[in-house]
Design a protein around this ligand. Structure first.
Ligand code: SAM
Length: 374
């Protein structure tokens, strides 16, 4: 018996019609396996908690808030308790359009009012607030064509294949490298992809750097550009929380993010703090540009007066370069870091971008025509 079938059996005592069926439970189970343990879910439209309990059973140690305009709180508590979910399914009574936001919700599941305007209201209110995933029921339900209409419109006709539609929050992507190693050109090629957008340079990452710098004053976690003291668990959680929040705030300010799978930024000097960010922001992907021709790089850098002014690390350019290269060596095997070889990129841009596409889990639809051959 599959896990979804087991859950279906467990839910048999909870009233509800057949419209929430085994396929839906399977879908919730699959989505649940892709989010971290302990996630917080908010469900809009819970009736007696069938789907809410499915979420709680699909994600280990999760907390599920249910919300309904009808006051079924007592019943929901009772049904959840019967299957060992006491305290993990927390019923709320209210209207999703008016209810105050519950901080730090990872996932919102929409199954409330199925009219076009209502679905749109829920999407507009909740998409900017969630951390990870927004999804909902009845995308293909013949009686509720408005659900599909609203979801398609809101997500720019992204393909939906199942009755439970879903959209992940755009994933952060950072292009970084030592200055003069082709970060601009790489960011431009990435931006040509229909599933990627890059912000104006430094918009997102600058906030992170500001934060790290501020934090560094209170807690000398980054003792030198590449010497990192391992923080205690409490410190780590605190920093992680702040960093994730500032990154998310920056992302949600950009309404268009919902159109893309990746939303990215470019920040050449981040290379020196990459190790640090990587420890704190595990779901961010990095593309690091590497240029083997150091002489060329140094020369071109020295002829650019701006590069001297743009200096967040102490030490000479040569020092920075050496440290950068040492760091590239250190991080090259990390799963969320792709080291793009600048020379290969210039000679064989299509082949190199093929590998980048694989790394990002998207098709190679990059326009590499703007790559300049040096
Ligand atoms: C299709 S049922 C939900 C079924 C439920 N997910 C289950 O697993 O059994 C829709 C529910 O949404 C509730 N509802 C409708 N509009 C709402 C709103 N604006 N806010 C909260 N709940 C709402 C209704 O009272 C109803 O119980």
């Amino acid at each position: 018996m599959s896990r979804a079938e087991q859950i279906h059996g467990l839910l048999s005592h909870i009233p509800g019609d057949d419209s929430f069926n085994l396929n839906d439970i399977e879908c919730i189970w699959e989505l649940g396996q892709k989010v971290p343990e302990g996630a917080t879910v908010l469900e809009i439209g819970s009736r007696f908690g069938r789907s809410a309990c499915s979420w709680a059973l699909a994600i280990k140690n999760s907390t599920v808030y249910t919300m309904d305009v009808h006051d079924n709180r007592e019943k929901i508590r009772e049904y959840a308790k019967k299957i060992g979910l006491e305290g993990r399914v927390i019923p709320l009574w209210g209207n999703s359009f008016k209810y105050p936001w519950i901080k730090d919700v990872d996932i919102v599941f929409i199954d409330g009012d199925h009219d076009y305007n209502a679905v749109m209201l829920d999407l507009k209110k909740y998409y900017p607030l969630i951390k990870t995933l927004i999804c909902g029921h009845d995308y293909f339900h013949p009686e509720f064509p408005d659900v599909k209409k609203a979801v398609d419109e809101f997500f720019f006709n992204r393909k939906q294949r199942r009755n439970i539609w879903h959209a992940w929050k755009a994933q952060p992507l950072v292009v970084c490298g030592i200055p003069r190693t082709g970060t601009t050109i790489v960011a431009n090629v990435l931006k040509s992809h229909p599933e990627i957008n890059m912000t104006v340079e430094n918009l997102l990452v600058f906030r992170l750097v500001q934060f790290v710098q501020k934090f560094k004053m209170e807690h000398p976690l980054v003792e030198s550009a590449h010497g990192i003291r391992v923080p205690s668990i409490g410190e780590f959680e605190r920093i992680k929380h702040h960093l994730l929040n500032s990154f998310r705030d920056a992302l949600i300010n950009i309404y268009e993010a919902r159109k893309y799978k990746y939303y990215g930024d470019k920040f050449p000097n981040i290379l020196f703090t990459l190790h640090y960010f990587d420890m704190l922001l595990p779901n961010v992907k990095y593309i690091v540009t590497k240029k083997a021709d150091f002489e060329y790089c140094l020369r071109s850098c020295l002829t650019q007066p701006w590069s001297e002014r743009f200096n967040i690390t102490r030490g000479s350019y040569k020092d920075r370069w050496d440290r950068g290269m040492a760091l590239i060596d250190k991080i090259k095997d990390q799963k969320n870091v792709y080291i793009l070889d600048h020379d290969l990129f210039c000679k064989e841009p299509k082949a190199e971008m093929d590998k980048v596409a694989k790394f990002l889990g998207i098709g190679n639809k990059f326009d590499v025509s703007r790559v300049i051959r040096e």
